[in-house]
Design a protein around this ligand. Structure first.
Ligand code: PAZ
Length: 324
């Protein structure tokens, strides 16, 4: 990449690129508070009052943004509604996992999928005596969302951590992974977030809103985000069971790209999905196997139901391997 003064910046090694990413990131707000929440959540689930230690999965969900200005008005976004992550979280909880839900602020939330777009305004109405009540049509969905969500949080089984930018996402993923190291093979990463491939390093970013009218061209240089899957596997949580996702719009390259990611980042499985059919079917690529998982339309099931059953079974085998 050329620097602003036109000189060539020397190529960084992978490790230098990772260091440069974190060194150049803006300060991580409330890092101590998040670290404390993670510590308590993991301690609670690894030695809970009932004595039954739980597996812990970190589900990443939604898309990261890459800001173009420090006082950000404009940014490059990554498509993801968060539906996959939110739905998967519900099925992981059902399967007995405790879930750290690392999600894009404003994206879909667990247990709220069947609520309308604007739940506050659409689910509630005022009564003649100026009270508020739930509209009959939404009563069941609101009740389920509140009961199931509050139960998961109150029982210490669901920890929700919001991010917006690629900086916040990777800082939190790193912190979460380091906190989960003590769980060894009982930890899982289910990385369904759509993560920026390119970003503007904080130190190269203009402070104020980019002005239009000065030129017909917007000249912004984006740098490749180091592939943190590799760092996660090798350094942050080397014993954890790791699943990443691969999204493509061209089905001709999807499985090849998923196999490459499996090998390159030493994932235990890569879930391949195509944009328009992602809610109908996915292909789980592990070793030389490619397993197609489809949703059961006859029961109006979610594709995440059989997917999480399959992956938690593979996680079982991974844990058992170590005790042989
Ligand atoms: O969030 P969503 O349900 O709308 O979409 C899910 C998804 C397609 C973002 C996810 O399944 C996925 O493939 N994530 C990884 C994207 C990537 O290749 O970077």
């Amino acid at each position: 990449m050329d620097s602003a003064d036109g000189l060539q910046t020397p190529q960084l090694t992978f490790e230098e690129g990772v260091k440069a990413f974190f060194d150049s990131a803006p300060p991580f707000e409330n890092g101590d508070g998040i670290s404390e929440k993670l510590k308590q959540f993991i301690a609670h689930n690894s030695s809970p009052p009932d004595g039954n230690a739980r597996r812990v999965v970190c589900v990443t969900s939604g898309g990261t943004t890459a800001p173009l200005e420090q006082r950000c008005v404009r940014y490059v976004d990554n498509f993801s509604s968060g539906h996959r992550g939110a739905t998967s979280t519900e099925y992981f909880l059902k399967a007995g996992y405790a879930v750290i839900f690392l999600y894009r602020r404003g994206s879909f939330q667990p247990f709220c999928r069947s609520l309308p777009d604007d739940p506050l305004l659409e689910c509630f109405e005022s009564t003649s005596d100026s009270n508020i009540r739930v509209r009959e049509a939404h009563a069941e969905a609101v009740k389920r969302a509140i009961i199931d969500h509050h139960a998961a949080v109150a029982d210490g089984l669901l920890l929700k951590l919001p991010y917006i930018t690629i900086f916040e996402y990777l800082q939190m993923l790193q912190m979460t992974a380091m906190s989960m190291r003590c769980l060894g093979r009982h930890a899982m990463f289910y990385l369904s977030a759509a993560v920026s491939d390119f970003y503007v390093p904080w130190k190269d970013m203009v402070e104020h809103k980019i002005q239009s009218g000065q030129s017909d061209l917007l000249d912004v240089k984006l740098v490749q985000v180091p592939k943190m899957l590799k760092v996660l596997r090798e350094k942050w949580a080397p014993s954890a069971f790791c699943i990443s996702f691969k999204l493509e719009t061209d089905t001709n390259i999807l499985l090849k790209k998923a196999s490459t990611a499996l090998e390159k980042y030493k994932m235990h499985a890569v879930v391949a999905n195509e944009l328009s059919t992602r809610k109908e079917e996915v292909v789980v690529v592990t070793g030389s196997a490619r397993i197609t998982v489809r949703r059961d339309k006859s029961t109006n099931d979610d594709v995440e139901n059989p997917l999480i059953k399959l992956l938690s079974g593979k996680h079982d085998s991974y844990i058992e391997e170590s005790s042989r």
